[in-house]
Design a protein around this ligand. Structure first.
Ligand code: ZN
Length: 425
């Protein structure tokens, strides 16, 4: 058997991450890669095409893509487009001790210490008045505008560092002096928008240091947002590989916003997004509700999110019989209390995909005496009734503004996902 292989590379991941500072940019980057191989965008407000083809839709910061060249059960790869960061408040213009400040607020479980002393750019989107309606303007400012400085060690108690308060300690400096500036007006002007026409915004910060392949043997990828753009990139490459060698299943890629804050939104994994798309795929090919339910019963989802590699400086924080290595291949995540959705059938399906892709598989279990994180797997399983398996690629420093993963793992992960999306008969 020829292993299913993707075109995923560590350099490709670095490029993907660097042009995708916000969930909205992740969707745009994925859509550009999909359109290059013939995917066509559909709008939820329009009638969908009935002829077989490759399609995708975007709802806010979420994207779903699929191919209808076969009418078999769904094979779904899930992931999330958002990453923890510092986001701009609604009245962000502050002044403190002669400094001009921008009020920021943590999004998700940002590891606050990692955001200090970094040159920060700005991204997100604006809702702009257009006559009597609104239009969306994407924002990406890759200039070092903002900075959250640490306290000098000499000013900390006992020189032991400080506990960071999310209200007081993560506001950014962007200038000096007493003449007030409007941050939102500044962003509007950069985007060529009349400031008074900006009626709403979701703006966030990103570290400007470019992603890099590092380590003495170039075996590592150092980048922001690997959780979970590692899956967004690998999943996109996997879908592209799967549609190039179609089987009798219907491959789907579902990338959700808002995982880091609990997934409860119009476009998060708790929403109707995936159910709606899957039903419309069946309706579009002439099936009815009965066929949709039958198709769902035979379908399976691999929920992709990053996994914890065993940390060399903190090996005691890890389950000793489940060492996870960078470069050791994709990771299957199992939790007896269903923080991960994996059951034995799902584990078997993913292990088979790894086997067919010719890549090794690592099995992750969290220490029983530490609270385990979760992801979209259990949410997707309970919202759709789909058999679901939680998988990922190994990394260190999860939720830091700068994370680390294995260079070879991105290819192995994408290859495994491609085999999962196009299972050998
Ligand atoms: Zn994640």
């Amino acid at each position: 058997m020829v292993p299913m292989s993707s075109n995923a590379t560590a350099a490709g991941l670095c490029n993907f991450v660097d042009v995708s500072p916000s969930p909205f940019h992740v969707c745009r980057t994925v859509s550009v890669q999909l359109e290059e191989v013939g995917f066509v965008r559909v709008e939820e407000t329009e009638a969908w095409p009935t002829e077989p083809g490759k399609y995708y839709l975007i709802r806010g910061g979420s994207l779903v893509a699929w191919s209808t060249h076969a009418d078999g059960p769904f094979r779904i790869v899930g992931g999330h487009t958002d990453s923890p960061n510092l986001r701009v408040k609604q009245n962000p213009d502050l002044e403190s001790a002669g400094w001009q400040m921008v009020g920021l607020e943590p999004y998700g479980g940002a590891w606050l210490n990692s955001w200090l002393d970094r040159d920060l750019g700005i991204s997100g989107r604006l809702s702009v008045r257009d006559g009597n309606s609104l239009r969306e303007v994407l924002v990406k400012v890759d200039e070092p505008i903002l900075r959250v400085p640490q306290l000098a060690i000499h000013l900390s108690e006992d020189r032991k560092g400080v506990t960071l308060d999310p209200q007081r300690h993560v506001n950014a400096i962007w200038g000096v002096g007493n003449s007030p500036r409007s941050f939102v007006d500044y962003v509007a002007a950069l985007e060529g928008v009349e400031p008074t026409d900006v009626l709403g915004w979701e703006l966030m910060t990103h570290d400007l240091a470019p992603s890099a392949i590092v380590g003495v043997g170039s075996e590592l990828v150092s980048a922001p947002r690997l959780d979970n753009q590692g899956t967004c990139y690998a999943g996109t490459q996997a879908l592209i590989a799967a549609v190039a060698a179609p089987t009798d299943v219907t491959p789907v890629l579902a990338l959700f916003d808002h995982e880091e804050v609990g997934s409860m939104s119009d476009r998060g994994a708790f929403s109707d997004l995936l159910n709606t798309v899957l039903e419309r795929i069946v309706l579009g090919r002439g099936g009815g509700r009965e066929e949709f339910l039958r198709t769902m019963a035979g379908s399976i989802c691999a929920s992709g999110d990053m996994a914890h590699a065993t940390h060399p400086n903190y090996p005691d924080r890890h389950e000793p019989a489940h060492r996870i290595e960078l470069g050791g291949g994709p990771v299957l995540k199992v939790n007896q209390n269903l923080r991960y959705a994996t059951d034995s059938a799902g584990a078997g399906a993913f292990a088979l995909a790894c086997d067919q892709a010719g890549v090794p598989l690592q099995r992750y279990v969290h220490r029983a005496d530490l609270p385990c994180g979760s992801t979209i797997g259990p949410i997707t399983a309970s919202r759709t009734g789909l058999s679901t398996v939680d998988v990922g690629a190994a990394q260190l420093a999860m939720h830091s503004s700068r994370e680390l993963m294995g260079a070879s793992d991105i290819t192995a992960y994408a290859d495994a996902l491609a085999a999962f999306l196009a299972p050998a008969a």
